[in-house]
Design a protein around this ligand. Structure first.
Ligand code: SAM
Length: 345
């Protein structure tokens, strides 16, 4: 079966190597765009393979640069490849690929952070969320400086089934700085367990596929790189709005080494902090003397559900933002009067 797959792999017409094209067109990496090129065909193929079966699928690649990964994607017989790239210097090299595979590649120029992928893919490729996965994949060797904000944005889009996820449970195969990849996929009670782990894992199954040594990139970055595959879950493990989950998880990890009741208490304004924290822990049945990284997903689920029920009874409490400038003074000025003689029911 393996040999059969190898034989079916599409051979691209003879092309100059990506390395030669980079030299020929003087495509020096620009530091501000975090450009680190992957020119080793074995590794670009490993990334394309990590995405799973992409044959006859629409593959959206973010930040193709000179097109090393793009070539490896094309070798796996996708139906169409959609490229989103910000740096127009790559126009000529990507045009060479477009000419070699007529009708296969669409290139869009712009910032992936503000791109609505739903506009680029025909609706006929959609599949209902709770049915099989659509034949659409997102792949990218992302710039490190945008990889974390981008995955946060996309997780929020997954939770609302927006952007590419209007088409169903579209999987993503992306590169991150090794530490970030480890945090995204860390299990409960491990050293890397963090806010990112909970946010990624309540919405997706995410796997750290492999690590690429920094020395494989040109120019070599200071860090190694992890390839992570995310597959959106049919049912999120926490059934609350993304912003609410994000707020609870963010506050939980704001003091990593303390027992979780201390950081979680910052969800509540100073003047009612003690009583509401007590209410949250009593109702959610979470043990307050657990460290944030020891909390299981079920604990976060109960904390989020209980916080949601508290703020539906006391909407003013939901307006409180711990880190905001003069958060307590402003909150007390606006709502404090109502809570002056507040006693827990
Ligand atoms: N995929 C290529 C490879 O593996 O050799 C290039 C990887 S390089 C780390 C990141 C690429 O993303 C660059 O081509 C860069 O121009 C592009 N890029 C940077 N910021 C971007 C953004 N906001 N939107 C789209 N592309 C971006």
């Amino acid at each position: 079966a393996k040999l059969w797959h190898e034989l079916r792999r599409r051979r691209l017409p003879p092309l100059p190597s990506v390395r030669d094209l980079v030299k020929l067109y003087q495509l020096n990496a620009i530091k501000q765009l975090s450009q680190n090129f992957l020119l080793d065909h074995k590794l670009t193929s490993k990334i394309a393979k990590a995405a799973g079966n992409i044959e006859n699928c629409i593959v959206c690649e973010v930040g193709p640069g000179p097109g090393g990964i793009t070539r490896s994607i094309l070798e796996r017989n996708p139906l169409k490849v959609i490229l989103i790239e910000r740096d127009k210097r790559f126009e000529s090299v990507l045009k060479i690929l477009q000419d070699a595979c007529p009708g296969k590649i669409d290139v869009y120029w712009g910032d992936v952070l503000s791109f609505q992928m739903s506009k680029l893919i025909p609706q006929e490729h959609a599949s209902p969320w709770d049915s099989y996965q659509p034949k659409i994949h997102i792949i990218g060797n992302l710039p490190f400086n945008i990889s974390t904000p981008l995955i946060s944005r996309w997780l929020s889009d997954i939770s609302e089934q927006k952007n590419a996820w209007t088409f169903g449970r579209v999987p993503l195969t992306l590169t991150f700085q090794k530490e970030v990849a480890e945090r995204l996929t860390a299990e409960t009670s491990t050293e890397q367990r963090s806010r990112l782990s909970v946010m990624a894992q309540y919405l997706t199954h995410c796997d750290l596929k492999f690590i690429i040594k920094g020395s494989a990139f040109v120019p070599k970055p200071d860090v190694d790189v992890g390839v992570v595959k995310f597959t959106p879950r049919k049912e999120p493990l926490i059934r609350q709005p993304y912003r609410l989950v994000e707020k609870v998880v963010k506050q939980t990890f704001c003091m990593r080494g303390k027992y979780c009741c201390r950081p979680i208490s910052t969800l509540f304004p100073n003047i009612v902090r003690q009583s509401f924290t007590k209410m949250l822990f009593e109702q959610s049945l979470v043990y307050p003397n657990t460290r944030p990284y020891e909390l299981a997903m079920e604990d976060f689920e109960r904390l989020c559900d209980t916080y949601a029920s508290i703020i539906s009874t006391y909407p003013e409490i939901g307006k409180y933002e711990y880190r905001a400038v003069q958060a307590d003074i402003k909150w007390e000025n606006e709502y404090g009067g109502k809570f002056d003689s507040f006693k827990l029911p």
